[in-house]
Design a protein around this ligand. Structure first.
Ligand code: ASP
Length: 332
């Protein structure tokens, strides 16, 4: 379908990574871990949907850990630069990554994948699942999904579709949308969907597919047009919103899932402590209430574990690889 060139990605520094893995365990005084603030790397812009989940989670986890979690936004290449940064970080329990489906799609999206999600990390657990919404700028002519389909087919590449780069879920959702409609829009990439949504609100782009964790306040404030949610069933947080399936795109489904990762070789005791804080946060009323308001669903306990995340990641890598290769979307 599309040939997309991205900026050249630096290669993983293999020898450095190996050295860090060997020294990481001994560098941590594991008994009193953590002794200082921990960095949680977010692959997209501050204020966006992944960032919202990360900041709320970090605040809740800090209660158990007794140390703050500092959010570090490292944007670029649809989340790939952040994942590479964490893969290369010291496995000392002070650098973690929160990422979404992009972790599973990266190997198929890059001709020379810059990291292997299944071998370059330690796994902490999953967090929450989040639906996406298909939005238009407030004055885009179609009033509902049926009209949007006609409009999209009539206007094709005159329509600007914003996303957060190749590897972002907004890109994945947009790719499926174009496939289902048999059209090609003009894609406008941003460092995250926070700036993409600002562009939509300002009328600089026409369409955006984005998580409810960012879009619900703008939908309720009627600052954007909502064409539908990307789940097969309607969601509690937006009960009146039709699904894209109801709007005519049979079987259309994109759900965003989030996992927490550490550099490979992070000591098991550290992972266990971080996981304990993660599981406590997923029961914290301040966190769960905020997630519910924003349409996010906390994952079941079996997925909140390192094995739960690793098994899910494998199934997602297996699922998306053939779909992406068939669509022919690649970055060099
Ligand atoms: N919603 C974004 C994505 O499309 C990322 C973000 O800014 O959180 O992947």
């Amino acid at each position: 379908m599309t040939l997309i060139s991205s900026r050249a990605l630096p290669r993983l520094a293999g020898p450095l990574l190996a050295l860090a893995c060997l020294t990481g365990g001994s560098a941590v005084a594991q008994g009193n871990y953590p002794t200082h603030a921990i960095s949680l790397v977010v692959p997209f812009s501050a204020g966006g949907p992944t960032d919202v989940v990360a900041r709320s989670l970090g605040a809740a986890m800090a209660k158990t850990l007794g140390q703050s979690i500092i959010i570090e936004n490292r944007t670029g290449a649809g989340g790939t630069l952040a994942a590479m940064h964490v893969a290369r970080a010291a496995p000392d329990g002070y650098t973690f990554l929160i990422h979404h489906n992009g972790m599973a799609t990266a190997p198929a999206l890059y001709r020379k994948p810059p990291f292997n999600p299944l071998t370059d990390f330690s796994y902490v657990g999953q967090v929450a699942d989040v639906p996406m919404t298909l939005l238009g700028r407030k004055d885009l002519p179609p009033g509902n999904m049926a009209e949007f389909i006609q409009y999209a087919r009539a206007n094709g590449n005159k329509i600007n579709l914003a996303n957060a780069g190749l590897g972002a879920v907004s890109q994945l959702c947009g790719m499926l949308l174009q496939e289902s409609l048999g059209v090609q829009f003009t894609t406008v990439p941003y460092a995250g969907t926070a700036p993409a949504l600002t562009a939509l609100l300002g009328g600089q782009v026409d369409v955006l597919c984005d998580q409810t964790t960012q879009t619900i306040p703008h939908i309720k404030g009627q600052r954007v047009k909502l064409y539908g949610v990307t789940t097969l069933d309607r969601i509690k947080a937006l009960p009146d919103a039709p699904t894209l399936q109801e709007g005519g795109l049979k079987g259309f489904e994109v759900k965003v899932w989030h996992g927490v990762y550490a550099p490979k070789g992070t000591p098991p005791e550290v992972i266990a402590k971080f996981n304990e804080a993660l599981r406590a946060a997923l029961k914290d009323p301040a966190f769960t209430q905020k997630m519910a308001e924003l349409g996010a669903e906390i994952v079941p306990e079996a997925k909140q574990t390192p094995e739960g995340l690793r098994t899910w990641l494998q199934s997602e890598v297996d699922k998306w690889g053939p779909i992406i290769r068939k669509a022919g979307v690649y970055a060099d």
